[in-house]
Design a protein around this ligand. Sequence first.
Ligand code: ATP
Ligand code: MG
Length: 455
Amino acid sequence: MQNELIKIRRFLKERLQRDYTTLHGHKTDRENVRQLLQRTVELGESNSLLLIGPRGSGKTTLINAVLADLVPTADFQQNTILVHLNGNLHTDDKLALKSITVQMHLENAANGKAFGSFAENLAFLLACLKSGNKRSKSVIFILEEFDLFCAYHNQTLLYNLFDVSQSAQAPICVLGATCRLDVIELLEKRVKSRFSHRQIFLFPTADTFETYLDLFEALLSIPNEKDMKQIAERVSHLKMLNSEELVIHRNHFDPAKYKFNKKFMENWNNSIAVLIDDPKSAAMISLRSYYDTDKSESFLKTLLFRLVAQLDPDSQPHITSEQMCEVISSYTVDPRVEVLCGLSVLELCLVIAIKHHSEIYDRDPFNFEIVFARLGKFAKVSTTMQGIERAVSLKAFERLRHMEVILPISSVAGKIQKDFEMHRLALTYGQINDAVHKYQALPTEVAQWAHSSIL
Ligand code: ATP
Ligand code: MG
């Protein structure tokens, strides 16, 4: 049984991290991109397309999913070359062209030749693909971080690629992916006019909490044998890809390695279903707040990865409601509490003194004198806080005001002596309690004093 859990943990971790081709949703977009590529591969049409969407919205996953769909076709295997370029890696035309040459397996042909311009060089490469009188091979250019290519000198690479795709010199498809919504504005006029203006905008798929929950369940459940086989088949297709730069097929998680005990698997899937069954449970309420912060699947995956990584045969055999609440609460921090945790012990003691004053006098305003007197009482009986100087405390009090932990209430600031100016507290008691709880290495007596004003 222990082994089963470890297997499940490894399977889920691998799938969450290294499943590059399973796309959820985006059915029509996927179909459109597939048809476009298919037309290039089968009919030799030239095309260009931009995928636009925020980071982590699944652009790369969509491209990979479409490629995995197309790989098994004979046309694709015999007739197509994939060229992957990334704006972060290929930072100028020369590097890009070198990489294109390598990925087209044309280093030998191009060796020793001198080219006048980028266009000549590209034309030569594409011409090499024509063998005899047969139709030339199709080339699919995938440009990740497309917007960065716009910063090239004169946008030479984009100009030439789009020019070839528009004038049908050779069957190529240019597929760009970018997170910049205004990417079209970045294109120079002569480049823009050569682009087909096909654009697909991708946004997170889970637009209701219910679909989000379905996704949650799907990502944590172990698929049945039939589905496992399907995924394994896709992965074996990917292995046929021969593009040098493509890491997805070498690194892709392989479900064929896993065989699960049927009973244990059912139990596991059941436990996940039970977890999300009750919409009013604490776990679901905190998951809701997580969803409200960010709906994207990549954000959900980071949460699930943490949950799965904590599984342990002895102490944590299932994902529990408490565990979920705890992990999610570490994402949704209160910035005010963080500010308090960054204070010095003396400053925090002042905040605690203010809290006691506010509790006793029903949130009455206070000045430094009042707070210092209260702090003095504590300091007298404490072992760690003895001998606090007034001037130092006043400085600390001013710092609290500076950070807007406390706010002055009078508008005639400056006219009254600093020690007597009235202030009010700009925090809730809960925030102070949280900070006392979270503060690293707070002296125990200070923590005790925070919870009870009786000395
Ligand atoms: P970037 O702009 O940073 O390149 P991207 O749009 O290419 O981001 P991906 O790399 O495709 O984003 O996705 C990021 C993560 O989110 C991956 O782990 C991916 O599996 C997951 N993801 C996002 N959307 C989907 C989706 N619709 N289906 C499946 N997985 C998704
Ligand atoms: Mg990407």
